[in-house]
Design a protein around this ligand. Structure first.
Ligand SMILES: [Fe+2]
Ligand SMILES: [Fe+2]
Length: 275
């Protein structure tokens, strides 16, 4: 990953949840993740549209891991002795509404940024939920999420070599950041302002946004700090990104692996002569 675990972790100053007292709030949080893990089925779409054999094979492993996280979350609900609830509309927007219109959008928005948000919250929960079983389950999921984020970053860097594509991905990344900030605001409104962990939510949301900005810089999509960009320039980038995305179904679709496999670097051996 382009960011270390130490960079990603947020210092809650030792504040922790109380699993008994905060059961309802924790159930709400894990319910949001449950929706995200169920969107593992969307990976099937990307296996079908993967640009090369190695990517397809990685996604097959990822899909199995996301669906295993669904069972892992069920064990957390069992531990909390609660039932999952419906997800917030912004969680659905970030996980499904913002589903990539192209391979490049998928790896950037859903994997590098989206799973990057997930990982930041997983680390935060590992640090603040004082239950050994829940921590162990989250630790297992976090290690796998790290590989998903790393794949997204690497693929985004490859896509970003094209300046037009880089600009488009930056515009859509700003849309994603905007939705993430809105979600944090919605969460802050429903949580207890005096709670030792929840009262740190605004600072944690700022930290998550700063991490995303750092990730965008390290992936080469963002050359200057967002602060240096005028609100007009930001709005223009977001609008252009959304417009291009709306036109995406009209664009030429990439050939699938079934049409390209004989030239795939995992299959063809350039050292041998043609048959
Ligand atoms: Fe997952
Ligand atoms: Fe993931």
């Amino acid at each position: 990953m382009l960011l270390t675990r130490d960079e990603i972790r947020f210092d809650f100053g030792g504040a922790e949840f109380d699993v008994e007292r905060d059961r309802q709030a924790l159930t709400w949080v894990f319910s949001q993740f449950l929706y995200g893990e169920v969107t593992g089925i969307q990976v099937g779409h990307w296996i079908y549209n993967a640009p090369d054999f190695d990517s397809a094979q990685f996604l097959v492993r990822q899909c199995a891991q996301e669906l295993s996280h669904v069972r892992l979350l069920r064990r957390i609900f069992d531990r909390l002795e609660t039932q999952p609830q419906p997800a917030h509309r912004l969680v659905k927007f970030l996980s499904t509404g913002l589903m990539g219109a192209s391979w490049e959008e998928h790896v950037c928005l859903e994997m590098a940024l989206g799973e990057g948000y997930v990982l930041t919250v997983f680390y935060a929960l590992i640090d603040t939920v004082p239950d050994p079983l829940i921590r162990r389950l989250l630790e297992t999921a976090a290690r796998q999420e790290e590989t998903h984020v790393a794949f997204g970053e690497e693929q985004t860097m490859r896509a970003g070599r094209d300046p037009r594509r880089r600009r488009h991905l930056l515009g859509m990344s700003l849309v994603s950041l905007f939705a993430m900030r809105r979600l944090a605001g919605a969460m802050a409104r429903r949580m207890q302002p005096q709670h030792p962990v929840w009262r740190q939510l605004p600072a944690f949301a700022r930290h998550t946004a700063e991490l995303s900005e750092l990730r965008l810089q390290r992936m080469g999509l963002l050359e200057e700090p967002l602060q240096a960009m005028s609100p007009v320039a930001r709005t223009r980038l977001m609008t252009a990104g959304l417009l291009a995305r709306a036109m995406a179904p009209l664009r030429f679709k990439r050939r699938r692996l079934t049409g390209t496999y004989l030239q795939d670097r995992a299959i063809a051996n350039p050292a041998l002569p043609p048959a």
